[in-house]
Design a protein around this ligand. Structure first.
Ligand SMILES: [Ca+2]
Ligand SMILES: [Ca+2]
Ligand SMILES: [Ca+2]
Ligand SMILES: [Ca+2]
Length: 376
């Protein structure tokens, strides 16, 4: 303990000092947490002297020796999930979860960033990078990433000995060789005290201690033990992996036909007589949530004894219970671009093959395509 009390009172007569040094601090009576007494706490010490003069009890009090507690900056960053995040190729918004604990004896902000530099030994086999990386704080404190709710990008005003959950959200590339991507969360201690603003990174005090100022001392460790972080830099980090486990999706195609009209009754209860127009409906479904299927090509050779109805291909319609209930965009038979959509369709008169192309079929979605033939 810092002792600077000076007994200024001159002692006279036959004095005998009986006791010296009674601490009287102005700090809160509460027992501090593991981070210790809060930075900025004023600690005051006065000394007492008691003595007798000619048998009469006397006393003297020193001046107060006062200093403020300095800021001992420390933090820990850990993973907050039991294993790597299992993902599929092409998966969007894949989440890894971390925890940042403030071991500083004061309320701090924490700035958050990421690194994809593989930590040697930890991520052997890291062979791809994720993209569209975002870091979010678990604003509603439920430990789960809630898109649109957990939107804070830095930890704001985290009290001493308290923790915050942080998510890294990233897209997995559409790359068949992808297997493992390590991702690192880096937390940097920043100034607290302004709930409305992001603090600037703390810097350690390099001058001699000022009793009246809260000096800053970095006391963090080398969090990865591998050289990418170092001790006493005000930063901590932890790493997790994105591991590819899904290389295919559950994609199904269903097909149905319906007679649209016949040459006798028109559209009223039409029958499949020669000359009737029949619409075929193809519904493609991707049942694997979160994983898109790309460049979905639907092909269908028109049946014997029918003739393709030119310009009848539609793509992007709505299918229900295996039937087309709403036709989509009308395609050009030559495969050229269709306004307002990325779908394309074509008919090859030589092979009698109808093709519909759906560039992206997102997980959990269905797209219908249709074309018509006339019964010969
Ligand atoms: Ca949440
Ligand atoms: Ca703040
Ligand atoms: Ca100080
Ligand atoms: Ca460190």
């Amino acid at each position: 303990m810092h002792t600077k009390g000076v007994i200024r009172t001159l002692l006279a007569g036959t004095a005998a000092i009986v006791s010296i040094g009674t601490m009287t601090g102005t700090a809160s009576a509460q027992t501090p947490g593991p981070a210790g007494t809060a930075a900025g706490t004023t600690i005051t010490n006065t000394a007492q002297a008691s003595y007798t003069v000619n048998g009469v009890q006397q006393s003297a009090t020193s001046n107060a020796a006062t200093f403020v507690v300095d800021r001992k900056v420390n933090l820990t960053v850990t993973t907050n999930q039991p294993a790597n995040t299992q993902v599929a190729i092409g998966q969007a918004a894949a989440v890894t979860t971390f925890k940042v604990t403030n071991n500083t004896n004061g309320t701090q902000d924490f700035l958050l960033s990421t690194s994809q530099t593989p930590i040697q030994g930890l991520f052997t086999g890291d062979n791809f990078d994720v993209s569209n990386i975002h870091v979010y704080v678990d604003s509603n404190g439920n430990g789960t990433y809630d898109a649109g709710v957990d939107v804070g990008t830095y930890i704001n005003e985290l009290a001493a000995d308290q923790s915050a959950v942080v998510f890294i959200v990233a897209d997995i590339p559409n790359q068949q060789t992808a297997a493992l991507a390590g991702i690192t969360l880096i937390a940097q201690v920043a100034a607290g005290g302004d709930a409305a603003a992001q603090g600037t990174p703390l810097v350690p005090s390099i001058l001699a201690n000022d009793d009246n100022a809260v000096d800053v001392v970095f006391a963090d460790n080398d969090s990865d033990g591998l050289g990418l972080d170092v001790a006493n830099n005000g930063q901590g980090r932890a790493s997790l992996g994105y591991e590819i486990t899904t290389r295919n999706v559950a994609l199904t195609v269903s097909k149905s036909s319906v007679v649209i009209s016949d040459p006798v009754t028109g559209i009223v209860l039409p029958k499949a007589i020669p000359g009737a127009i029949v619409q075929y409906c193809l519904i493609v479904n991707n049942a694997t949530l979160l994983v898109p299927a790309n460049n979905v090509n639907l092909t269908d050779t028109i049946p014997t004894n029918t003739t393709y109805v030119p310009g009848s291909i539609t793509i992007g319609g709505l299918g229900l219970a295996g039937a087309c209930v709403l036709n989509g965009f009308t395609a050009n038979d030559d495969g050229s671009a269709i306004p307002l959509t990325t779908y394309t369709g074509s008919y090859n008169a030589g092979t009698k093959k109808v093709t519909a192309t759906i560039p992206v079929l997102i997980g959990g979605a269905s797209v219908a395509a249709s074309f018509r033939v006339t019964v010969n």
